[in-house]
Design a protein. Structure first.
Lengths: 428, 262
């Protein structure tokens, strides 16, 4: 009875805290500019099913991809068991599903145990890749400090949680009458607990049980502060993917109105589009989808490892663009938490986080967009920052300024006369 | 003296004719000495296959692609709206271009500004001509040669066209060898996003050197491209490695024109 009350309180606190923090994330995402992605629902579900649920872009790199699928399956399926833990916790039952499901229950737990071992192996491999092999994309400057630790913390927690699950089953295998028969993996761990008496085993059982579920509650509340948030946001993020060809950059309607007025002074815009700022200087100039992208990024660095600028030693890293966007957005969010509304802090995404040198190095090749396993679009942010730099601050590098003047005056990026444009047809 | 027949839209309109397709030459194709050869190769093919086409000549102007990629939406839209008024004035329905940047801009970014056309890349046109039997291709001097194709970003990833250039190259009885990073994972030549028009930012290496190195590792006789800017970047890369005597950088249109002795 007392344990049920403690459980309900812990469960309630976990859900409350999680909802509160999710609320803040949603509020932050809503700081972004509007963008209509309510169209093509069928197509959007298809993309989500393929890319998020089906992990189609993960397996392009087979080692990391297959390992990731094991962890992903483990996470999704083993969490079915959490449902039982919650029922047991609230009603003080023991393995609620065991007797109604019978042999199916044993089969399911056996399958979960195999998955748990798979998850542990995959997490160990991931730790080795990050900490011992020091794979290039995990050793970039933007991962120094917290992001590097964050990744290790996640992997350790997963190993510990899976370990607790196996140990719980192993202890129960030694408790008289607890299980019909031991489960497939934990039966080999069971002998380690065989020498303890029944009273001690009951204590162990409770300890592992509580450790497992409290660990899950804690992990749930770690998500909104971690790169691991992708396990939830991958789904909405792929659903709201850009369905246009990647080469199509957004059309700026506010500019269209001004250009049309310039070309034809009698032109009256059909809709009243607020001019506002051209391009993006800070996170609230970006769209909500670009901000959702930032929260979804799990910092895997596949974008950066395919980026021609980054791979030839330039400062630009698409992953850093996403991390900076999230960091700045979180900073703006904290500012709002403290002041009730955003109080000018003299900082901005472009300038305080992302430098001009970074965004100018982009070849707009879309390799980062293609590489992202959850359809994040770092390029759109880079282009919006460039638009601000060029149109609001007129800060084009000298060579670009020349190129732009040539287009304006000669209709070509080079200094040729437009009247010579057709000369090629008569040249040898 | 080559005998190219290059009708302009103005001439056609004066005669009351409407060509099937407008050949959008682009700035590189009009002004850059190397790219002009690609333009002429395509015209030869169009003449050879009796394709009904015309160009805008001096009425053509930059699509605005480099302005848009650099972030100058104003200039882009000025260019786009002016070009659209010319194109719509002639009632253009279909456009072919030998530049993936023009291709992408005309196809994807003009419709929202009132320019709606069927836009194809010249490799798609070539594939169509071959498939319909209008263009017979034999390997000629390229028979048995090792050719590697460098995917232009704005044809490949930007518009998901990976097969047309390859289908055309395969008609040459040559050996098409893929680089490690190809198709969806093709590595940029370094020119896109208006990088063509400025020095690169500080780094360890030039992008085109990295890409050329990869192309050379396939031990090719020819590096094929489908973009005048990729062509420049790869040609510079080959020169950097002093391989210009043994390895040619050619556009897909040039491969076809040369193979048929056009």
């Amino acid at each position: 009875m007392i344990s049920s009350i403690i459980f309900i309180l812990a469960f309630g606190a976990a859900i409350y805290l999680f909802s509160k923090n999710i609320g803040k994330v949603i509020r932050n995402i809503k700081l972004g500019k509007p963008l209509d992605r309510s169209d093509n629902r069928a197509e959007r579900f298809k993309v989500m099913a393929k890319v998020a649920l089906g992990q189609s872009k993960m397996v392009i790199r087979p080692v990391a991809g297959i390992m990731h699928i094991i962890v992903y399956l483990g996470f999704v399926l083993i969490n079915i068991e959490v449902l039982e833990i919650i029922i047991d916790g609230i009603f003080g039952t023991h393995r609620f599903f065991a007797s109604p499901l019978g042999s199916i229950y044993t089969l399911a737990i056996n399958f979960f145990e195999i998955l748990a071992v798979g998850v542990i192996i995959a997490c160990v491999v991931f730790l080795v890749r990050r900490n011992i092999l020091k794979i290039d994309r995990f050793s970039k400057p933007e991962l120094k400090g917290w992001p590097f630790k964050d990744a290790n913390i996640i992997l350790f927690i997963e190993i510990i949680l899976m370990g607790a699950l196996l140990k719980l089953n192993a202890v129960e295998a030694n408790i008289e009458g607890a299980l019909e028969k031991p489960f497939i993996i934990s039966q080999y761990i069971a002998p380690f607990f065989a020498s303890f008496n029944q009273d001690t085993l009951h204590i162990f059982e409770r300890v592992f049980w509580w450790f497992h579920i409290l660990g899950i509650f804690a992990f749930l509340n770690y998500l909104p502060f971690s790169k691991h948030f992708h396990i939830l946001l991958a789904f909405p993020n792929t659903y709201f993917s850009n369905l246009n060809p990647k080469g199509k950059f957004t059309n700026m309607e506010s500019v269209t109105n001004e250009v049309k007025i310039m070309l034809d002074p009698s032109y009256t815009p059909a809709t009243d589009i607020p001019a506002g700022r051209f391009g993006a200087k800070d996170v609230n100039d970006l769209t909500w989808k670009q901000l959702l992208d930032a929260y979804t990024c799990t910092e895997c660095g596949r974008c950066t490892s395919e980026c021609p600028a980054n791979q030839t030693g330039k400062l630009l890293s698409p992953r850093k663009i996403m991390m900076d966007t999230r960091d700045r957005l979180e900073e703006v969010g904290r500012n709002i938490d403290i002041n009730g509304e955003f109080k000018e802090d003299g900082k901005s995404l472009l300038g305080s986080y992302i430098t001009e040198e970074e965004i100018l190095a982009c070849t707009t090749c879309n390799a980062c967009v293609q590489a992202c396993p959850v359809n994040i679009d770092p390029l759109s942010i880079i282009v919006d920052l460039r638009r601000y730099l060029i149109m609001e601050e007129s800060k084009a590098p000298a060579e670009w300024a020349g190129m732009l003047t040539n287009i304006e005056n000669n209709g070509a990026p080079w200094q040729f006369s437009p009247s010579d444009r057709f000369n090629w047809a008569n040249e040898n | 003296m080559e005998n190219l027949k290059v009708p302009t839209m103005a001439e056609c309109a004066a005669k009351g004719e409407m060509p099937e397709v407008l050949f959008w030459v682009g700035c590189a194709g009009s002004f850059d000495d190397r790219a002009k050869k690609i333009t002429k190769a395509l015209v030869k093919i169009l003449n050879h296959t009796h394709t009904s086409f015309a160009v805008l000549g001096t009425e053509e102007s930059c699509t605005g692609d480099p302005a848009k990629r650099a972030g100058n939406e104003f200039l882009f839209q000025m260019q786009a709206l002016n070009n659209i008024s010319v194109l719509n004035g002639y009632g253009v329905k279909k456009i072919v271009t030998a530049c993936p940047h023009c291709f992408n801009t005309l196809k994807n970014e003009y419709p929202e500004l009132g320019g709606n056309y069927e836009v194809i890349h010249h490799t798609q046109l070539l594939q169509g001509l071959i498939d319909s039997g209008k263009l017979k291709v034999q390997g000629g001097s390229f028979k048995g040669k090792r050719i590697t194709f460098h995917d232009p970003c704005y044809l490949g990833r930007a518009n998901n066209e990976y097969e047309a250039p390859r289908a055309v190259i395969e008609k040459l009885d040559s050996e098409l060898i893929e680089m490690k990073r190809c198709k969806e994972r093709g590595f940029c030549c370094g020119a896109g996003g208006a990088q063509m028009f400025k020095e690169a930012e500080k780094g360890k290496k030039e992008v085109n050197i990295e890409r050329t190195e990869e192309a050379l590792s396939t031990n090719p006789n020819i590096i094929a491209t489908g973009c005048p800017f990729c062509n420049t970047m790869m040609t510079d890369g080959v020169k950097h490695f002093e391989k210009e005597e043994s390895i040619k950088v050619l556009d897909v249109a040039e491969l076809i024109a040369q193979a048929q002795d056009l």
